[in-house]
Design a protein around this ligand. Structure first.
Ligand code: AMP
Ligand code: MG
Length: 205
């Protein structure tokens, strides 16, 4: 059964996080949790657990060759799963994290092949939304999360649409209100010291 819970950013400020702790536990156990971010809602699973990541592809009807973006809540978490971060990549992190940008970095083997569609890189994003940050921090694991919509449909930003599409398919849906930005993150990759935009998004060239 899917549990739908309402949380707002003030609850986080006031340390009212009991409900969020349950969601974090669920992620750790390998279940799916839908959570708000400033761009769009994400359908999340442990990025360290291949079986959990597979559940995302099944729930969305997402093709296996489409890599997932991995969400983190700290710089330490980035270093746990990526290596060889160069000066330009570091500058992107320092300037835009947390925020609506995804940076492609070299992946350590701790991230299963399934998450990245077997690429040797992984897309990393640190959301600015306080509910998302706290959820990842409490779970204490990187969270793989594409947009919360059935593959091919518009990215999920409205809770009613998300409930229609994912009720019974996930463990928790966290209703954090409407997505502030409503547009996806900009995906960037540094190739030969040049920043390439792989997918346009909120952050302009
Ligand atoms: P979304 O479906 O919104 O979660 O966005 C995922 C998109 O990020 C993918 O469709 C790719 O365009 C991009 N992406 C994720 N990981 C990688 C990667 N390792 N290399 C290149 N692009 C990636
Ligand atoms: Mg999407």
């Amino acid at each position: 059964m899917t549990q739908i819970i309402k949380i707002n950013e003030n609850d986080i400020k006031n340390q009212d996080i009991e409900k969020l702790k349950k969601c974090a536990e669920s992620l750790k156990k390998g279940n799916l949790v839908i959570f708000p971010t400033e761009t769009v809602y994400g359908i999340g699973a442990s990025a360290l657990d291949e079986k959990a990541a597979k559940k995302i592809f099944i729930a969305k009807g997402r093709p296996n060759d489409n890599p997932l973006i991995v969400h983190v809540s700290s710089i330490q978490m980035i270093n746990d799963i990526c290596y060889d971060i160069n000066n330009i990549e570091q500058k992107i992190i320092d300037t835009f994290f947390p925020g609506p940008i995804t940076l492609i970095l070299k992946r350590k083997n701790i991230i299963p092949d399934y998450v990245t569609a077997s690429l040797d890189t992984v897309g990393i994003r640190m959301p600015e939304n306080k509910i998302a940050q706290k959820l990842i921090e409490l779970a204490n694991i990187p969270v793989a999360a594409p947009s919360a919509n059935i593959s091919g449909k518009p990215s999920g930003t409205l809770i009613d649409d998300i409930i229609d599409e994912f009720d019974t398919k996930v463990d928790y849906i966290i209703d954090g209100g409407i997505s502030k930005i409503g547009v996806e993150s900009t995906v960037v990759k540094v190739i030969d010291n040049v920043v390439n935009i792989l997918r346009p998004g909120k952050i302009s060239p």
